[in-house]
Design a protein around this ligand. Sequence first.
Ligand SMILES: C[S@@+](CC[C@H](N)C(=O)[O-])C[C@H]1O[C@@H](n2cnc3c(N)ncnc32)[C@H](O)[C@@H]1O
Length: 290
Amino acid sequence: MTKDLINILDLVGRKAVPEPWAEGDNIPWSEPGFSERMLKQHLSQAHDLASRRFETIDTHIAWIHQKLLEGKQSKILDLGCGPGFYAGRLAKLGHECVGIDYSPASIKYAAEQAGKEKLICNYLHEDIRKAEFNIGFDLVMLIYGELNVFRPADATAILKKANRALSEHGILLLEPHSFGVVKSIGEQPSSWYSAKSGLFSDKPHICLEEGFWDGQSNTSTKRYFIIDASTVDVAHYATTYQAYTDQQYSSLLKESGFEAIEFYPSLGESKDKYQEDLIAIVAKKSNDGK
Ligand SMILES: C[S@@+](CC[C@H](N)C(=O)[O-])C[C@H]1O[C@@H](n2cnc3c(N)ncnc32)[C@H](O)[C@@H]1O
């Protein structure tokens, strides 16, 4: 996917307030150059920008393996698996894993690691909004806040597909943002930075960021304008996050065929010391399995 470029005049004449999702679906995870640069961020152990540090992921894996799966060998589907840090570790514990992600660099890295370590881990380079999921999984997971970036209709469709992918007693693990955190994303003041190279471009550029909270649709939209320092072309990206109350998460899950919905303050036993803005939800496939 190549991004259409605009110019500074278009930037100045931009709509004062963006419509949710009208200016883009997400940051360009699936764009090859961006995904290579993002992979470096996933792998960095200095921050939790794209994936959490391995010391945190290890605590999540222990919780998933012991508490959710009760140590039983299981079939796991990881949606938005990134470079396979979760699927790979779960496979090492004897689980059979499938990971789906539309970032080419992440999926390539994940598949190479699985090959090197001879893991039962199959990685698919697909968009989870469009992909058909296989069936017979004991656990389907969608973590690190990614549920909120989908339009509600897409989120429902993904959850319904996850439901169909689960075996009779299968469980769903979600790790979305709380309502307040989504609101605060949109309320952050505008900001900018310059870089010789960075996540959005490997050339000198300026990145302008704007946030908007829309109290009617309960969405936050973040706009990114990346100005190339030599051509002054502007690339424009936007991500919209849907905020849900706990009650709305419950309704969304019931509508998608889940029951026994449980909320946890975080993924794992204790709050992540670096990051406190995500909650965990565990639900069972409903007996009348919609
Ligand atoms: C914040 S990262 C988390 C990666 C991984 N779950 C982890 O915690 O290490 C979000 C991931 O979701 C993926 N993603 C976002 N939207 C997607 C879509 N529509 N289809 C497939 N993957 C998607 C991105 O490419 C990225 O790898």
